[in-house]
Design a protein around this ligand. Structure first.
Ligand code: KG4
Ligand code: ZN
Length: 362
């Protein structure tokens, strides 16, 4: 079964063809990073306009890269939640129109749940050379989902059958990377630039706090971000009323690298502490990481060091936003759920993955 996936929930316009929920036939991603980096973050209206321009060329390239015509495509899958409303509208309208025109079943897919399914892609066509996991993760599976909008620990008993163990009570971890990058003067998106700067820094130079929460699986990152802000102000000799946007010019390259490394160490340790506890409490057969922050090498290093099982990581290109994960999840959804009416599908900008309930979600 070949599924065309379409993703446009934030600042990537993406389309991909996946066969049988594991074989990558094409993976086309148009990133808007160049457009948004001049503003230091995503501007929703600008994002939607760029999606409108790119959606058709991206879909056509995904089909041609996969050597598929519409006759070869068995179903269409599209992100309908969560995300920026204008961005979601472009992808879903394209998917709905194509489903009607070509008479294909249409599956609405939850973006955050789909991130986990990057880990189920284990095969690829000859033209692609990603380093993929050798086998699909076994159930029960513990998923650490860490992106720009979400930080969650989810225990999957099976496809579509999972429990949310914990989540962030304030900022997502990717958001904390992005905000800390701004404070110390590193370019958008903050995650990769903090990780890069951290390579030259001392992770023990600045003492930063780890949030202590009552619930053992919940996260909090806003206190850490504020602690970085205060430490930077102290380090450059200004008080807490000093405007944060004027801080970067006072921070030296060495301080920048040391702050990046010290923040990254604590942020990642926080994630790994909780993942380790969840692993010990639930003894899953596999552990996966998902979402943009799963591209972080320090997270991979610390997890592999602390957990007693071997983890097969998805390639970085499939951790950040893409449509291959959308088409992959859609395959498993299609085994249990009827397709949706293309004339009825609506976007939901804010929706927890535990509300999608396509099987046995508690
Ligand atoms: O999953 P994603 O592409 O979009 C969302 O669904 O949010 O995640 C984007 C987030 C951003 O906050 C970005 O800074 C972060 O992932 N990110 C990273 C790395 N690459 C991307 N964070 C830490 N280290 C990285 N290497
Ligand atoms: Zn995402």
């Amino acid at each position: 079964m070949k599924i065309l996936g379409i993703e446009s929930s934030c600042d990537e316009t993406a389309a991909s063809v996946i066969e049988d929920g594991k074989r990558l036939l094409s993976n086309v991603i148009h990133s808007q990073i160049d457009i948004h980096s001049q503003y230091g973050g995503v501007i929703p209206e600008v994002a939607a306009r760029s999606h409108i321009e790119m959606i058709n060329p991206v879909i056509n390239k995904a089909l041609s890269d996969a050597h598929c015509t519409w006759d070869d495509i068995d179903a269409i899958a599209v992100t309908y939640a969560p995300g920026l409303v204008g961005s979601l509208l472009v992808g879903t309208l394209a998917a709905r129109t194509l489903a009607v025109l070509h008479n294909k079943p249409l599956y609405p897919i939850h973006h955050v749940e789909a991130h986990v399914y990057a880990n189920f892609i284990t095969e690829q066509s000859e033209s692609s050379n990603l380093t993929l996991p050798a086998t699909q993760p076994a159930f029960p599976m513990l998923a650490l989902i860490v992106s720009g909008g979400h930080s969650q620990l989810v225990l999957f008993r099976d496809h579509g059958d999972y429990t949310l163990l914990g989540q962030t009570t304030d900022d997502a971890v990717g958001e904390a990377f992005d905000k800390v990058a701004k404070i110390i003067g590193l370019p958008y998106p903050g995650g990769p630039s903090v990780a890069k700067a951290a390579l030259d820094g001392d992770p023990y130079k600045y003492e930063l706090p780890k949030a202590k929460l009552k619930d053992p699986y919940n996260f909090s990152f806003s206190g850490l971000k504020t602690a970085v802000l205060r430490a930077v102000q102290r380090e450059v000799g200004v008080d807490y009323t000093f405007p944060s946007h004027q801080l970067p010019e006072r921070v030296s390259d060495t301080q920048r690298a040391d702050f990046a490394a010290s923040f990254q160490r604590i942020a990642i340790e926080t994630l790994v502490d909780k993942a380790e506890k969840a692993y010990n409490d639930h003894m899953p057969a596999s552990v996966v990481i998902a979402g943009g922050v799963a591209a972080n090498q320090e997270l991979r290093r610390q997890l592999s060091e602390r957990l007693p099982l071997a983890i097969e990581y998805a390639p970085m290109q499939l951790c950040t936003d893409n449509a291959a994960m959308i088409a992959t999840l859609a395959y498993y959804v299609s085994q249990h759920v009827s397709p949706t009416d293309p004339l009825e599908l609506e976007v939901v900008p804010s929706l927890s993955m535990t509300k999608t309930a396509w099987r046995n979600v508690v």
